[in-house]
Ligand binder design. Structure first.
Ligand code: NAP
Ligand code: MG
Length: 488
């Protein structure tokens, strides 16, 4: 067993190839049993960030000259390591996050897929474009950027960290990375494995709070780029604070994804089961979970009844309990934010159904549990429709015409993902082009439906740039044009 014990896990910072202790630590509690301490992690300071950036800058001088084949090798070793320790890592992730064991494995194996995909892009890192004509000859090439700060959210910490880290490493950058306050242990363990393989200083891990460590990583003048995944609200301050030193930013932010069930759709069990996954996976805590469902009036009754029935058999409990199909919310602020959205429903005309079965012996309040909540006859202006709930609460809204629903879907500052449900996929593609979001799914909408090779990101306030795909690699590199004029 790679971990000596899954209780009282201790993690530290990792800077310049070495573990680094600090004066301050934070205890991590299990969201399924609020009093159970899962482990402890060192909390970094501004000085630690400065030390990490110095180490990363020094390491970059030689790291930038390594071949992409060399870089891919480190990622491949990490794939092997995660696969070999999958069960232990998944259990630890459940205990610090709350999600079910299957969801935790999905996060880890999703991360492995990301590493595999980016390690395969060796030719893309080297690709150059040569243009020769009567003006002369020029080459367009891509160069590494330098030190990159990577800031990770708590909801899917492994895959989201690797979506930013793998292209950065393949590009020849060096990294300072901050795991989230609420779910740092499993990620830090994996990052330290990779960091130990890599030359000293290439990968530096500084856990700590966003307002201290994250802020310093964003402001440091010798950090060239910030890759951030998290809320739109924090994204705004990250963009502002990186502006003083003209940093390049990639931002994967919040979403308020809609699923649109068109008149020509067939309401069947497969569709309803897919919708349930799209809404309730990870208790609703995925940036591109379905957060509002628009149903054509003709199907409203049949769909709502089917959906309510399917949501009623969700088993809510500790993620380590094999019977659980949905775990608790990850942390207290998020729990309170979802609770507040549910409370505000009392001020609307919507019909609220609290469903599902709680399968643990104790009380709901022993953990940050929220039961699946289905909101029928919600109105476009209700907070549950307008805001990102990021929890297991879903509004179902009727519509009359396609033009109307396209307006309703686009009536938001978010633009991460949407889905169209139809029996006519060609028609689905047509409607999809009219929806303002970085991804539009047809007859599916859930974690995993967007692969590492498929560009992913937000329109409007859901982000800047595209994670996943070759674009994310290009976002970690500077385009350089080398020009020889023969006509002057
Ligand atoms: P968050 O509160 O924005 O935090 C994200 C990260 O930013 C955390 O590591 C946080 O540190 C750090 N941070 C906080 N303040 C900072 C500051 N002033 N400067 C620099 N860093 C700072 O988001 P979250 O609650 O962890 O995650 C949920 C949100 O992420 C949702 O809105 C969700 O939609 C979005 N999300 C988007 C995607 C996507 O791909 N588009 C994917 C997943 C999640 P602390 O941990 O200390 O707060
Ligand atoms: Mg909403």
């Amino acid at each position: 067993m790679f971990m000596k014990s899954l209780t009282n896990v201790q993690e530290t910072m990792f800077i310049n190839g070495k573990e680094r202790a600090g004066n301050q630590t934070a205890k991590i509690y299990n969201p399924a049993r609020k009093t159970e301490c899962v482990g402890e992690i060192t909390i970094g300071t501004i000085e630690d960030v400065n030390y990490a950036v110095d180490a990363a800058e020094k390491a970059w001088k030689s790291w930038k000259n390594t071949t992409p084949e060399d870089r891919a090798h480190y990622l491949n070793k990490t794939i092997q390591h995660v696969n070999e320790n999958l069960d232990d890592l998944a259990r630890l992730l459940v205990m610090e996050h709350g999600k079910t064991l299957n969801e935790a494995k999905g996060d880890l194996l999703g991360g492995v897929n990301v590493l595999r995909y980016y390690s395969s892009l060796v030719d893309e890192v080297k690709r150059e474009k040569l243009i020769e004509n009567e003006q002369g000859k020029w080459i367009m090439t891509r160069q590494p950027m330098g030190v990159v700060s990577i800031i990770v959210p708590w909801n899917y910490p492994i895959i989201l960290a690797f979506l930013m880290l793998a292209p950065a490493i393949m590009a020849g950058n060096t990294v300072v990375i901050k795991p989230a306050t609420y779910c740092p242990l499993t990620l830090t363990k994996i990052l330290k494995y990779l960091g130990n393989l890599l030359p000293d200083g290439v990968l530096n891990v500084v856990p700590g709070s966003g307002s201290v460590v994250g802020d310093a990583m964003v402001r440091h003048p010798r950090v060239r780029k910030v890759s951030f995944t998290g809320s739109t609200e924090v994204g705004v301050s990250v963009i502002k604070n990186s502006a003083d030193t003209i940093k390049n930013v990639s931002m994967e932010l919040g979403g308020n994804d809609a699923a649109v069930i068109l008149k020509d759709a067939d309401i069947n069990q497969r569709m309803i089961d897919e919708m349930i996954k799209g809404v309730f996976t990870a208790a609703g805590q995925i940036c591109y979970n379905i957060k509002r469902i628009y149903v054509h009036r003709d199907h409203y009754k049949k769909f709502s009844e089917g959906f309510l029935e399917a949501a009623s058999i969700i088993k809510v409990g500790n993620g380590l309990n094999k019977e659980s199909t949905m775990g608790p919310i990850n942390n207290k602020p998020q729990y309170e934010s979802v609770k507040k959205i549910i409370e505000k429903l009392a001020e609307t005309k919507a019909d609220v159904y609290t469903v599902g079965e709680f399968i643990e012996e104790g009380n709901l309040s022993d953990g940050y549990y929220i039961m699946p909540t289905v909101v029928l006859n919600a109105n476009q202006k209700d907070p549950i429709v307008q805001e990102e709930q990021f929890g297991p609460v879903i509004p179902i809204i009727p519509f009359e015409s396609e033009d109307e629903v396209i307006e309703l879907v686009n009536d938001t500052e978010f633009g991460l993902g949407n889905s169209v449900w139809t029996n006519d996929s060609e028609h689905g593609f047509e409607v999809a082009r009219k929806l303002q979001s970085g991804s539009v799914f047809i007859n599916i909408h859930r974690a995993g439906a967007s692969g590492p090779n498929m560009p992913f990101g937000g329109f409007k306030q859901s982000g800047i740039g595209r994670g996943h795909g070759i674009g994310a690699l290009h976002e970690q590199m500077e385009l350089q044009t080398i020009i020889l004029r023969t006509d002057m």
